[in-house]
Ligand binder design. Structure first.
Ligand SMILES: Nc1ncnc2c1ncn2[C@@H]1O[C@H](COP(=O)(O)OP(=O)(O)OP(=O)(O)O)[C@@H](O)[C@H]1O
Ligand SMILES: [Mg+2]
Length: 357
């Protein structure tokens, strides 16, 4: 036999009414009407009070706990609702414990699901990107082995093309390793004081040939005679500027102009690289820092990009407690900028300056 709150209240109210009425009955000179009225009133008030109390304190909470446990069993953790805190009702407290446990577990499950989806997508992207240079190198090598090796002109041409594909593969693997290491927190930034103007000029020198091929004109707004010092990781910032400048050369378009400008603001140094090229459509702007994201896949295929460059830039700049910003417009072109911490010249350079004066 199962007892619900109504049954329990009925029994208890009856006991109270009978006890009160018996006590009155045994008292001399109490009229029958009063005894009857007392019975009715004590039964009704007892029943309603006990019903409300039992329902509120006991059965409702037990039902909630039961429902929550059923949901845990069926792994429907999201449907368990959080109850308000109660310090008085122990059953309510148990219910709270169950719902907060279920919520924690649901968050863990959601996180794991997200990670699994992310891993699947990442593996698919990586395999796709690796396939292109591998197939290309494989094609040239097999054609050579099938006889083309005997033709001197073809041999050199195909070997060069195979080597280019393998170089691309090497860059891709290095980029992937960089991203993975930074994300796993395995790379510690090696902060030092260096001249950002000098570093920018070095990157420009490295990409000079490429810029010339694309007829892109690069200008450094700052004078090399006025060094601007930052506290940052030299190698990583070199990579950031290299990626940004390579992009401007690759995507701004033939004959575009690129300007690098470094300015000082309070204790921060602002690095800015702008081009007057084709720009990046607004719908893509928020996504270009995602790994493997390319605006125009066919165009990037010609230039050999895999969509990792800006993702690396974002990671490195964020590891410097800063943020990479972009602004783009099809008429004006694209501008990337970020802030770094200003620094005093390194000790060795201070000494050199003093000694040359
Ligand atoms: N200055 C720019 N002008 C126009 N489009 C740009 C510019 N910089 C980046 N993009 C667009 O953003 C995309 C993402 O750039 P990102 O550097 O991440 O990848 P990628 O250059 O394609 O490949 P990777 O850098 O890995 O070789 C590019 O494919 C390009 O479409
Ligand atoms: Mg790039």
């Amino acid at each position: 036999m199962t007892l619900n709150s109504k049954g329990l209240a009925l029994i208890l109210a009856l006991i109270i009414a009978v006890t009160t009425t018996t006590a009155l009955y045994l008292t001399p000179n109490v009229p029958d009407r009063a005894i009857f009225l007392t019975f009715i009133l004590s039964f009704i008030s007892g029943f309603s009070t006990i019903r409300v109390m039992v329902e509120l304190l006991f059965f409702k909470e037990i039902n909630n706990i039961y429902k929550a446990l059923e949901n845990v069993q069926d792994q429907k953790l999201a449907s368990i609702t959080q109850t308000k805190k109660s310090y008085f009702n122990p059953l309510k407290k148990i219910n709270q414990e169950i719902s907060s446990y279920a919520n924690r577990k649901q968050n863990e499950i959601d996180e794991l699901k997200k990670m699994a989806a992310f891993r699947r997508e990442f593996i698919a992207d990586v395999s796709h990107e690796l396939k292109t240079p591998i197939f290309s190198a494989q094609g040239f090598v097999h054609t050579l082995l099938d006889g083309a090796i005997d033709n001197e002109a073809v041999r050199e041409n195909f070997l060069k093309k195979a080597a280019k594909s393998l170089d691309r593969l090497d860059i891709l693997v290095q980029d992937l390793m960089t991203i993975t290491q930074i994300e796993k927190g395995e790379i510690n930034m090696d902060f030092e004081s260096f001249n950002l103007v000098g570093l920018s000029a070095e990157v420009m020198d490295q990409l000079e040939k490429k810029a010339h091929q694309k007829q892109v004109k690069i200008q450094l707004f700052n004078s090399l005679d006025h060094p601007i010092y930052v506290s940052a990781d030299y190698r990583r910032i070199y990579q950031v500027i290299l990626n940004l400048l390579a992009n401007a050369i690759n995507y701004a378009g033939i004959g575009a102009e690129v300007i690098i400008k470094i300015t000082t603001s309070a204790k921060k140094i602002i690095f800015e690289l702008r081009d007057n090229g084709v720009g990046i459509p607004e719908k893509d702007l928020s996504r270009i820092f995602e790994r493997f994201y390319r605006v125009d896949k066919s165009r990037s295929q010609q230039t050999g990009g895999s969509g990792l460059g800006l993702s690396i830039v974002k990671h490195i700049i964020e590891s410097h407690q800063s943020k990479i910003n972009v602004e783009s417009n099809s008429k004006k072109g694209t501008k990337f900028w970020f802030l770094l911490k200003a620094s005093a010249p390194p000790k060795s350079e201070t000494k050199t300056t003093i000694s040359t004066k």
